[in-house]
Design a protein around this ligand. Structure first.
Ligand SMILES: C[S@@+](CC[C@H](N)C(=O)[O-])C[C@H]1O[C@@H](n2cnc3c(N)ncnc32)[C@H](O)[C@@H]1O
Length: 296
């Protein structure tokens, strides 16, 4: 393990990088330490040539020891965002992600939400029985129903629709208008007058990363950034147990969060380590033992 410290505007930030299997390395992290986990593990049966590839049938059993450790290190107010997507096997979508969700619920996790990552720039293609895959799952898990969430930090511009829609309001627009279908939903359109920003939806529209940083499955920086904004504040701690090229760790650090990353492939781990060493960080050297220094 190596630790980097950075001083940013009188704030001391810490980054811990671990080389090894996260099922083992996560055991070194104390309980209830982490505010947010954002990660993308190897998907089942994918990228076998680069970093293994776990079969669909083994996936849940492989992942549960990891999620058990993640549950332990996450604070009760924390959030876990898991980027994953099932592929097509023998003409059918595999069900291993659904099985994983059910198994994690048995483990104590709440499956709070599912965000969709809409990949704006995915490759065109043609298949005989389906269209091109342009989205991935971003599953949100929590330990409790009450967790830290800073919704104002991800507000978006209200958009042009407001200009025309709010110009001529009907009488119904000025009161709460309950949906006619009995769904219980309702809206008061006039509430939006004067508002410049609104809350986003649970669909995150981002392009995939094309500058591959010597890694085949790099996050676009905006992906961890959006969740770090939404679920943490400065000086909180962000963990990526499958850090790859270290996108989550780098973004967390730039956003003044402490970071912890684990990576099993030495080449990727060293790449992240070098990246930090070249910045204005200082590496924690082990303290010399008392009496080990000769007096001059
Ligand atoms: C999908 S990639 C993550 C990419 C990362 N989000 C990025 O932006 O670069 C998954 C990473 O997990 C690593 N990995 C696979 N099994 C692991 C394990 N048991 N423990 C730690 N890392 C592992 C792989 O080497 C790979 O770099």
């Amino acid at each position: 393990m190596c630790t980097f410290y950075a001083k940013i505007q009188r704030m001391e930030l810490r980054t811990d990088l671990y080389l090894g299997d996260c099922r083992k390395e996560l055991k070194k992290i104390p309980d209830n330490q982490v505010d947010l986990i954002v990660t993308s593990p190897p998907y089942a049966d994918q990228r076998k040539s680069t970093y293994g590839g776990i079969s669909v049938d083994e996936y849940v059993d492989w992942f549960l020891p990891v999620s058990e450790e993640l549950f332990r290190v996450l604070k009760p107010t924390g959030t876990f965002i898991l980027n994953i997507k099932e592929k097509v096997v023998n003409g059918e979508r595999s069900t291993y992600v659904m099985e994983l969700i059910l198994a994690m619920r048995q483990q104590g996790w709440l499956w709070t939400e599912e965000f969709i990552w809409h990949k704006k720039n995915c490759f065109p293609g043609k298949w005989s029985n389906r269209f091109r895959d342009a989205w991935e799952r971003l599953l949100q898990f929590n330990k409790n129903k009450k967790f830290n969430m800073y919704q104002d930090a991800v507000k978006v511009p209200i958009g042009d629709w407001a200009k025309s829609r709010l110009r001529n309001l009907s009488e119904t627009d000025k009161i709460r208008d309950n949906a006619k279908n009995g769904s219980g939903f309702g809206k008061n359109v006039s509430n939006w007058i004067g508002k410049k920003t609104v809350y986003p939806t649970n669909v995150v529209h981002l392009s995939t990363e094309c500058n591959n940083k010597n890694h085949s499955a790099v996050f676009p920086r905006e992906l961890p950034e959006w969740f770090i904004r939404l679920f943490t504040r400065e000086n909180d701690t962000v963990l990526d147990p499958f850090m790859g090229s270290g996108t989550t760790i780098e973004v967390a650090n730039k956003m003044k969060r402490n970071a912890i990353g684990v990576e099993i492939v030495p080449e990727y781990y060293l790449g992240v380590k070098e990246q930090f060493a070249s910045l204005e960080y200082y590496l924690m050297e082990p303290e010399p033992e008392y009496g080990s220094l000769e007096s001059s």
